[in-house]
Design a binder for this molecule. Structure first.
Ligand SMILES: O=C(O)CCC(=O)C(=O)O
Length: 347
C-alpha cells in the first residue's frame, strides 16, 4: 500500500516499479492490450476543406455517415494553424513539468469548480483510481474564466485562450454540419445549447510500470455535445467498434471528434455516443487535450420534435443540462452510460 500523502500521481510515480493496489482493476475489467486492434484508417478521416463552399453537401453527408456508423471521426484541413496546436501542447507539457508546489496551487477535488487540477476521475466517489492527472478549465465565455487559470507557465493563459477560440470555431462548424446531416437545419443544435458552454481537460498520463493492470481512463461516453480531442504523438486512445477496442493512432495536426451524450438525446438515438478509453504505457508520458463543447447549464435538452413520430417516440425526457452534468460526476466512469437515467419511460 502506498503510504504517501501526495495528491498527484505525477509526484508519486518516480522510481515506482509496481502499480499501487488502489489502481489495479479487477481481472474482468482490464485493458487486455494484446486483444486491441490497431488499424490505420479504422476511424474515418474527413477533410474539412470546402465545408463552407461547393463541397458542403458531400462533406456534411460524410460527417453524418461517420456519426451514424462510428460516433467518432478525425478531421484535417480544419483551419487551426500548426503554431496554435504546437503552443497548446508545449504549454500543457510545461505546466505538468512545473515543480509540485507550483502545480498544487491549482489543486481541488470538487468537480463543480470551474478551474482545477486533480487526479484520476473523481477521488471522492471512485473505488479504483485511474492513471491520470488532469487540469480542467471552463473556457466559454473566455472572459468569465480566464482570470482563474494558472499564471505559470507565463504564456499559459494566452496560448490556451488562443487554442480555445480555435477549438470553439471547429466545434460550431461541426455542430452546424451535424445538425444539417440530421435534417434539422444548420442552426437547430446551436439554438438548443442555450448560451453554450465549453470545457477543456489537459490530461497527463505518466509512464506506468504495469499498463495491463490499470487504465488512464476506463471506458466511458462523454456527457457533453461533441468532443474535439487533440493528442500528442503517443498512442493511448481506444474506441469501441463492433464490440472490439480499436486503437486510434495519432496523426499529427488532426483532431479526433466524437459525439457526446447530448447529441444522442437531441437526435433521439439517430447518432450514438460511443465508449472510448485511454490506456497507458510503461515508457512515455502522454498528453491529450479534449475540448468538451456543451450546452449552458440552464439549457433544456430533449429529443428534437422533428425526429419524433409514431414510429419514433421520444427516447429521453427533457432535462436541464446542469442536472445531467452533476449526475455524470456523481456516478463515476462506468461503461453503462449516464443516458439510462434520463430515458423516457412513458408506455
Ligand atoms: O486521453 C484520451 O485520448 C481520451 C481522453 C478522454 O476520453 C477524456 O478526457 O474524457
Amino acid at each position: 500500500m502506498a503510504t504517501t500523502t501526495k495528491p498527484l500521481l505525477s509526484d508519486l510515480v518516480a522510481g515506482m516499479c509496481r502499480v499501487p493496489p488502489n489502481y489495479i482493476r479487477p481481472t474482468s475489467d482490464r485493458p487486455n492490450l494484446h486483444e486491441v486492434e490497431s488499424l490505420d484508417g479504422a476511424i474515418p478521416l474527413i477533410d474539412l476543406q470546402g465545408l463552407n463552399g461547393p463541397n458542403r453537401f458531400n462533406i456534411v453527408k460524410e460527417i453524418g455517415l461517420a456519426c451514424k456508423s462510428y460516433g467518432f471521426f478525425q478531421v484535417k484541413n480544419h483551419g487551426v494553424s500548426e503554431a496554435v496546436i504546437d503552443n497548446m501542447l508545449r504549454v500543457s507539457r510545461e505546466f505538468f513539468h512545473l515543480p509540485e508546489s507550483e502545480r498544487l496551487k491549482n489543486y481541488c477535488d470538487d468537480p463543480m469548480k470551474t478551474t482545477r487540477l486533480s487526479t484520476s476521475f473523481n477521488v471522492n466517489t471512485e473505488n479504483v483510481a485511474s492513471w491520470r492527472d488532469y487540469l480542467r478549465l471552463h473556457c466559454h465565455p473566455l472572459e468569465d474564466y480566464m482570470q482563474e487559470w494558472p499564471l505559470n507557465p507565463p504564456s499559459f493563459r494566452e496560448d490556451v485562450a488562443e487554442y480555445c477560440k480555435n477549438a470553439r470555431g471547429i466545434a460550431l462548424r461541426l455542430l452546424e454540419a451535424i445538425s444539417e446531416s440530421l435534417g434539422l437545419g444548420k442552426e437547430y443544435i446551436d439554438r438548443a445549447l442555450g448560451k453554450h458552454g465549453q470545457h477543456m481537460a489537459i490530461n497527463y498520463y505518466p509512464p506506468c510500470p504495469q499498463p495491463d493492470l490499470t487504465f488512464g481512463l476506463p471506458g466511458h461516453t462523454d456527457p457533453n455535445v461533441i468532443t474535439i480531442l487533440l493528442q500528442d504523438e503517443i498512442p493511448g486512445l481506444q474506441v469501441l467498434k463492433d464490440g472490439k477496442w480499436v486503437a486510434v493512432n495519432p496523426i499529427p495536426y488532426t483532431f479526433i471528434v466524437n459525439i457526446g451524450d447530448q447529441i444522442q438525446v437531441l437526435s433521439n438515438d439517430h447518432y450514438k455516443s460511443v465508449l472510448h478509453r485511454a490506456v497507458v504505457n510503461c515508457e512515455q508520458e502522454r498528453i491529450s487535450i479534449p475540448t468538451f463543447y456543451c450546452p449552458s447549464p440552464d439549457a433544456m435538452i430533449g429529443p428534437a420534435p422533428q425526429l419524433i413520430d409514431v414510429d419514433h417516440p421520444p427516447n429521453y425526457k427533457t432535462f436541464a443540462y446542469s442536472e445531467y452534468y452533476q449526475k455524470f460526476w456523481d456516478r463515476g466512469l462506468t461503461t453503462q452510460t449516464c443516458l439510462d437515467a434520463f430515458k423516457d419511460s412513458r408506455p
